[in-house]
Structures are given as C-alpha cells and as structure tokens.
Design a protein around this ligand. Sequence first.
Ligand code: M6R
Length: 612
Amino acid sequence: MCGIVGYTGKQSAITPLIEGLRRLEYRGYDSAGIALGTPNKLFIEKRAGKLANLEAELGVKIPTAQSGIGHTRWATHGGPTDRNAHPHVDNEGKLAVIHNGIIENYTQLRTELESRGHKFESETDTESVAHLLSDLRKSHKGDLSAAMREAAKYLRGSFTLLAIHSDAPTIIVGVRRNSPLVVGLGDGENFMASDVAAFIDYTKRAVELGQDHVVTMTPSAISITDLEGNAVVPKEYEITWDASAAQKGGFSHFMLKEIFEQPKAVADTLVGRLDENNHIVLDELHLSKQEIQNLKKIVVLACGTAYHAGMLAKYAIEKWAKITVEVELASEFRYRDPLIDSQTLVIAISQSGETMDTLMALRHAKSAGARILAVCNTNSSTIPRESDAVLYTHAGPEIAVASTKAFLTQVIAVYLIGLHLAQERVVLTGVQVKEIFNELLELPSKIEQILETVEPLRELTRGFAQSTSVLFLGRNVGFPVALEGALKLKELAYMHAEGFAGGELKHGPIALIEEGTPVIAILPASHEHGLDEKMLSNIQEVKARGALVIVIAQESAVVTGATHIIRIPDAPSLLQPVLATVPLQVFAYEMAVARGNDVDQPRNLAKSVTVE
Ligand code: M6R
C-alpha cells in the first residue's frame, strides 16, 4: 500500500518521479504528491485522487531540480484529501517525508511534538515523522541520516520512509521496516522505490535492503547502515524483468494484457521442472528425502486470490503426496494458537511477497519451529527473504490490482510441489509423475484456445451488466474456482457475488435465487462419485427457481439445463481449475468495463497490502 519513489542525479527529477509513480500507482491511488529538491525551500505539490490530478496541477510550473521524492497513497490514517496527501513537511517547509505503512505510536508522538510547539496540518500518522526528523536533524548537526536512524528507533509499526531536506537537496535518505524499499543504481544517478518497476527504464542494477537498514543516496553513491550506524555491505542483484513487461503493450488495460499473458506465464513456470529421469526438479525447496518423509503436515498460508491457490494445493497435495494439508487465511492464523512444529511445512503463497497478513503469519509459524517455503512472484521481496526456501512463479510483473496470471502460476507452483513430495514419499512413480507433468505442459496451449474464442463470452457478459448479484457454483476443485470467480467480480464490477460449493446450496444460499439471477456453474471434469451429475442437478435446482445459468464445461461434457454454455478444453479433474478460471477472469473484466469501472485500479483497493 502506497508507492514511494526517490531520485537524485543528472536529469530533471520530475520525469523519473512521475514515471515511477505511474508504475507504482497500482499500490494505491487515493492521492499523489512530490517534493523537489530546490534549494532553500522545497517545491511541494500534492493532490487528492489519481496521479493525473497531480499532473494537471503541475502543468508547466515545474521548477528545475535534479532530486526529489514522490508518493502515491492508499489511505489509512486520514481521508484521501489534499492535506493528507504526502509528502508531509516540517514547519519550516525545508524537510519533506513520504511514507508507506503505519506508525503505530503516532498519537503519542504527535502529542509530544505539539507540546514542543509543532503545528500539524494533516490527520496522518506520517506527519509526526516529518516533525520528529526535523528536531532530530537539528540535534545531529544537520545529519539527516543520523536523524533517520534515531527516528526509526523511536517509531513502532511498519514503514518505508524517504526524506529530503532543502539544505542538502541532492541527498535522499530512506529506511525500511516490514515494508518494501529497493535501491536502483544508475550511472551518475540513483533511485529508491517500493518496487523495481519504478526505475526499470533507467537501470537493471538493484540493491535489496534488510530490515531496519538506513540508506543514504547521492547522485554518485549509496551507503547503507543499520540503526546503530554500522556499515552494511550492499547486496546487488540484476533485475531480470523487461521494461516492456511493465507496459500495456497495446492492450486497453493491464488486466487484459495479463490475462493474455497466462499461456506464457504458465509455460515459464513449468520450464525445466522435469528431468530426463522423470524427476520433478525443485532444488530450491532445500528439503531432503528424509525430511520430506518425516513431514507430519503442511499448512498453507495466504490471502485473497493466493488463498484460493492454496485451497487447490490441498486437493492436489493430499491426492498425490498423501499428506495432510491445512489451508489458512493468513490474517486469522496466528490468533488461534495453531498446532505446528518442526515437522510442519508451511507454504506461504504471495504474488507480491509483501502482504503483511501473510508475513506476520509466516513469522508466527517460524517462531513455532515450522519450516517455511514461500511461493512468490516478486524477487527479493520480504516473504521469500524471511522464508527458509522459495519457489518463484514466473508470471512477470503483475500490475493490475486484480490477480490473474499470478493465480494460475501459483496453482502450477503448488502442483509441482505436490508432485515432488509425492515422488519423494514414493507415492507416485516416475511414470505417473511424467504423465501428470505432460498434462500440465498442455495447459498453455489450452489456455490460448480459450482466449482465442473468448469474444462470445465478452458479448454475453455485457448482457448481464445491469444484474445486481451473481452466484458461482463449484464442486471439488471447482469450489475454489467459484470463490475466485466471485472475488474477481466483487473486486472489479463492485457487484454482490458469492461462490458456493454446489452441495451447500440447499443449506441456505438457494434462497438468494430469484427470477433472472445469473448463476455461473463450473461443471466438474470428473465422473468420480457422480460429481458432474450432482452439479447438473444443482443447475436444475437453481434453474427451477428462475436463475439464468451459465455453465463452464469441458468440450466433451454433456450439459443439460444451461441457459448458456462456455466450453473449455478437456483436462484431468485436478488441472481443470487452471482452465475454468480464465473465462471467469474475462467475465469480471468485461463486466467492469461495461459498468464503466476502473479495471486496473478498482476503488478502495491496492495491489500490495502492507498493513494488517
Ligand atoms: O500479493 P499477494 O498474493 O500476497 O496478495 C494477496 C491478495 O491481496 C490478492 O490476491 C488480492 O486478493 C487480489 N487483488 C485479488 O485479485
């Protein structure tokens, strides 16, 4: 939540700052603001609403400055107004601060600062930091880095902070605790940002920062210390993402582009994962055969869409590896004394690698002795850094707030884990694993097939644009798909949408059906236990009460009772979710467009949820 960018170097700072904010707007878009490093007094401009409002305000009145900081906000403390927008400044207008996270002891801090004569302009927790830094800088003889170290010791909560002072405007100082910050190393210029996407056009060289590290950045150098002032050796890495991956590439929205990138994302996540001896190659798990055989259970921790991938992990891992899997909403996990120990493997799934709920749950599990495996899409983010091992998904940057390609690749990643565990526990033979792996390899072309024939679905969706409520039904692995379809629709179309297990319908939810209610039913691929027939009965039940039923069904399935049928290619039952999810993503996308909503930046949301 909140995007942060800092620049100091040889070019006019406004360009990298605004470009950086544009790339970070997915993190929050309640307001945007900049502080430029003009001498004597900083130039500050900030506006409520999207970055476009700030740009309109800036117009041509931009002073020359080769350094500055910029912020795009997801509001926590204080509404989304001009006054609450960042940067926040000290009373002299010489020091500016931007912040991502929450300062938990800000009330106490504000009271102390007010009693010392500081005047506050906003309702934010952040403004206290500007005043605190101003005082501390004076007591450290103008040393902003020393002031930042001192301030960070006092502050509680989670934060990335960047500060600039007009007395030394080419110096930008940053600090991070439980919130992301990366440094970009340029030639005669340097960058700081919440995410490498902000500066990927300028440099591929990045430095990751550890917990409680303070970084001081000038055009020619960076230096990093801990809070005691001890030097920290920078850990440099190369950004492998292509700059074009963070652009729309001819699509009307990032979400649509990302939906269409799914065949490649799935294929990339599978590359090199089966060797010539039919062994799943997952060396990065760092678990010996013995450790795998000793595992008592697996606990999956995740939020939102990643939680739905976790639900699918349970079906696959229990079936293939015969080990108990529990799936927990990360935000609930640590509040109920969960039973975990050193024989528990915790899988933390997160696209961003920064989700605070997942991070806190992971830390709880770690302190109880569990081994932590992250499934993540973002290199060097906090969750993989704090895990014992990480399996990266290869979705590339996901910019749209609604998760699409990250979800499919998460499913692929947890399935690979399932196959690996099954092999190491000697439940599946190499031949069986190869057979399943070959089915996985067919998924990219099957997704392509769905995307090539998606136009009638888009047209059909527009016909439902005035509906007030949509229900999704699934059974077995179709249940998480139903939940995911409903989540996408809520998030993008701002409609009432709910996903149900088909069998639960008669226990209450069927009362929601009235004449014309759209119901989307995912027809199971499996005849096992008569699952498909049971869903066909559920379809008849809702139809009899007036529902209009859209059925997602495999090509070879016999469908009865449907108002509309959306066909997807045949696949084995466990793999069907990877295909069945795609039409639901398109449905939510098209509905949002038809209702005139902001697809990539839906209201009230942010891509990376770094508060609990
Ligand atoms: O970055 P993460 O995967 O940890 O994010 C978890 C959820 O916040 C995320 O999946 C959210 O539910 C999506 N916006 C849904 O599309």
